[in-house]
Design a protein around this ligand. Structure first.
Ligand code: SF4
Length: 375
């Protein structure tokens, strides 16, 4: 509820008895309403709140979906229907069932445990192993969270067997709508879908849909590295916070084992920009460095217009990353879009030469070829 909506139910709104009496510790009823809307005060601090407001308020602050935790792994806890309304909270957990009665279960465990893919500033693994028929067998060192099926069955999770795509889809959408829109307690548990199809292409397609709408957890009976890589990549796109730009760490990155004389590029820490440039630098034969400027995850021109990419920040970053001690080269290639900054960069960092690079990352290969040829 907003402060104004709350205020309408307080004595101050209708100039009733106790209006602005300050018993709650706030100077006015409006001040109390605004604090309550932000959940910065207990509703009981005002002795004159009517039952109707108590009910409305408690419903409004009630979390629509429970969060279940398995050894630090959070499942559920979502409170919006669509990501753009605010953000999604906990990415769909991807779990694999391993049956310890199967002859190749050790091999399967090893494959799951060794699986990892690199994302922006983080590594991704399988989230959870659910052990079937586990009778204290020695499983070796596992980095993936592991629970037995008996432990899993005790959790407050609503389980759906994926017998048919249309019924699973309907069940997922209905459950999420009931939880979010109606805050119905019968639908507040996180939802897990047990993937039952044998064909991995069908499984991948269906699982992709369920990640988008609205599985909190997907449980697979077979493990396939390619499928998990695909699903994790998709999941990253769905569960990023639209309010926060994806960014990489401001640092000095190395490509193809550069030495102190190698060429140096410079860009911002916006993840898409970084990976576009890094991908090109990884694929040319010339070793290089890439200085990444801290720019709140903004792209080059946006960062410049927001004053997040200034000559002063470049100077400070060169200092902070000890570029002078690490590299002999005194030439830095700046993004082509920032050609107009050359003069101010020279003033701020007089011991470096700033060369205007390309507008697009895709042109870096040709640019470097010419640069090396003209050396
Ligand atoms: Fe208003 Fe209640 Fe606070 Fe009195 S105690 S000022 S009636 S909110």
């Amino acid at each position: 509820m907003t402060g104004l909506q709350i205020f309408k139910y307080l004595p101050g709104a209708k100039k009733e008895e106790h209006s602005n009496c300050k018993e709650c510790g706030c100077p006015t009823c409006m001040a109390f309403a605004l604090k309550l809307a932000k959940q910065n005060i207990e509703i009981d601090k005002c002795p004159y709140v009517k039952e109707e407001l108590k009910n409305l308020y408690s419903h409004s602050i009630k979390h629509p979906q429970k969060t279940i935790e398995i050894k630090g792994l959070k499942i559920g806890g979502e409170n919006v229907l669509f990501r753009h309304e605010k953000t999604y909270i906990n990415p769909t957990v991807l779990a694999v069932v391993v049956d310890c009665n199967k002859p190749d279960y050790q091999n399967q465990l090893e494959r799951i445990n060794n699986f990892e893919i690199k994302g922006v500033n983080q590594m991704f693994n399988v989230d959870l192993i659910i052990l079937k028929n586990y009778t204290n067998q020695n499983l070796g060192e596992l980095k993936v969270n592991t629970i037995t099926i008996e432990e899993y069955e005790k959790l407050d999770i609503l389980n759906i067997e994926n017998r048919s795509f249309s019924t699973t889809k309907e069940a997922l959408i209905t459950t999420r709508k009931k939880a979010i829109l109606e805050k119905d307690d019968n639908y507040s548990n996180p939802v897990a879908v047990w993937m039952k199809t044998n064909d991995k292409y069908t499984t991948s397609a269906q699982a992709s849909y369920y990640i988008c709408k609205y599985a909190n957890m997907l449980i697979f009976e077979e493990f396939d590295e390619a499928m998990f890589s695909t699903l994790i990549s998709l999941r990253q796109n769905i569960f990023t916070d639209p309010q926060k730009p994806l960014q990489v760490e401001s640092n000095l990155y190395e490509f193809k084992e550069p030495n102190e004389n190698s060429i140096i590029f410079l860009t911002t820490n916006f993840a898409l920009t970084f990976f576009a440039v890094a991908n090109e630098l990884e694929n040319i034969d010339v070793p290089s460095y890439l200085i990444v400027i801290p720019a709140d995850g903004m792209s080059v021109l946006t960062a410049w217009s927001a004053e997040k990419f200034t000559a002063n920040i470049v100077s400070k970053t060169i200092e902070k990353l000890n570029i002078r001690e690490k590299i002999t080269t005194r030439r830095i290639i700046i993004p082509g879009l920032l050609a107009h900054m050359t003069e101010e960069l020279k003033e701020a960092v007089p011991d470096f030469e700033f060369i205007v690079g390309t507008h697009e990352a895709s042109a870096i290969r040709e640019f470097v070829k010419k640069l090396v040829a003209n050396k």
